[in-house]
Design a protein around this ligand. Structure first.
Ligand code: SAM
Length: 347
């Protein structure tokens, strides 16, 4: 039984395999985006609780033995973690991991893109919500817009086969930039992806009125470019992809209005080593305790497989079903458990 589990990997109660792992390498961030970190002060995880590179690498090996083939490093801002290429080098030496990606705000990417590529990173996704520096100053409390653009260009120059641009679309902030951002991405050979504003973690100012739906985004693009068509792709991909009449493509991640829980094959590890089964999940498995407490790889794999097999989370669908949908967490709830923060659990 155990051998079968190892070979095929565990499936959860809805038959979803564990294939994707998002690892938050730090809860710190150098931006203060209003949809993620709007508060003046934060409760940071104690540094001693943050997983070391060796601990992350060991866990990645255990997860790959359970069927994980794709790992995404995130945060917080992962490039704030000192010497990230060293972690990338460790992970890329693992043959079972065919895809090793990074999600970053790009502020520190220009200096590191080449080293990350050489270390074995296969894909980069860069978050860019506006092309207007003054908007970024107001919205993310940062004047580093030019650095982000330089980071995007450095990623392209480093030769990553795929560089994606993530934009969270928020009504009244950047919904008037959808087409400009699309053109910017096409002009630099990046795949643009628009994300619906989600009521996750630190989004304490969230309201449905600010959500720009996938339908609206697609309609906006179609008005400019003509009818767009959905592109066939793997059922496990979070973004739905669409093609313009000329064949260029863009993606939309419709987690708020059209969630894709039934095809979610993603687990995530918080910066301090809690394994979560859902972005909205409350309870997790404390892997740090196991790793630091002397558990063997087989014992840890057994525990991971057991929680995955018991998984019945469909967090975003449950939120969609609510009659009155407000913010998920208020500030007191985030302070009571910082693992509820998006920047701790990793977006
Ligand atoms: N610092 C990195 C970055 O900015 O890409 C990685 C971490 S960030 C939490 C990962 C992604 O989550 C970003 O693309 C960000 O825009 C997205 N995100 C954060 N809060 C969100 C929210 N409330 N709704 C939708 N996307 C969100």
């Amino acid at each position: 039984m155990i051998a079968t589990t190892r070979l095929l990997g565990p499936s959860d109660r809805f038959g979803r395999p564990l294939r994707n792992l998002r690892i938050s390498v730090t809860d710190r961030c150098n931006l203060r985006c209003r949809y993620c970190m709007p508060e003046a002060e934060y409760q940071w995880l104690p540094r001693s609780s943050i997983l070391s590179f060796e601990e992350i690498d060991r866990l990645a090996g255990i997860f790959s033995g359970l069927g994980v083939t794709k790992v995404r490093l995130t945060g917080g801002e992962p490039l704030l973690r000192h010497d990230l290429p060293t972690l990338v080098r460790l992970l890329s030496a693992r043959d079972a991991l065919s895809d090793l990606a990074l999600t970053t705000n790009g502020v520190l990417l220009a200096r590191q893109a080449e080293a990350l590529r050489v270390a074995g990173l296969t894909r980069v996704t860069i978050s860019l919500d506006t092309l207007r520096p003054e908007r970024m100053r107001e919205f993310a409390r940062s004047s580093r817009h030019a650095d982000v653009i330089a980071g995007i260009d450095a990623a392209r120059a480093a030769g990553f086969p795929s560089v994606k641009l993530n934009t969270v679309v928020i009504r009244g902030f950047n919904d008037d930039e959808i087409l400009e951002l699309l053109d910017f991405a096409f002009g630099r050979d990046l795949e643009p992806r628009f994300i619906e504003y989600m009521d996750v973690g630190g989004a304490t100012g969230w309201s449905m009125a600010q959500v720009v739906s996938q339908r609206e985004i697609v309609e906006t693009v179609a008005r400019r470019y003509g009818a767009v068509k959905p592109v066939q792709q793997s059922q496990w991909a979070p973004a739905e992809r669409f093609a313009l009449p000329d064949g260029r493509t863009f993606g939309v991640i419709a987690s708020t209005t059209a969630p894709f829980c039934r095809t979610c094959d993603r687990g995530r590890i918080t910066a301090d080593g809690t394994f979560l089964l859902c972005l909205y999940g409350e309870q997790g498995l404390d892997l740090r305790e196991l790793v630091r407490g002397g558990a063997t790889d087989a014992e840890i794999a057994e525990r991971i497989a057991a929680v995955w097999q018991a998984r019945d989370d469909r967090g975003a669908e449950a939120r969609l079903g609510l009659a009155e949908r407000g913010v998920l967490h208020r500030i007191e709830s985030l302070r009571a458990d910082p693992r509820r923060e998006m920047h701790t659990r990793g977006g």
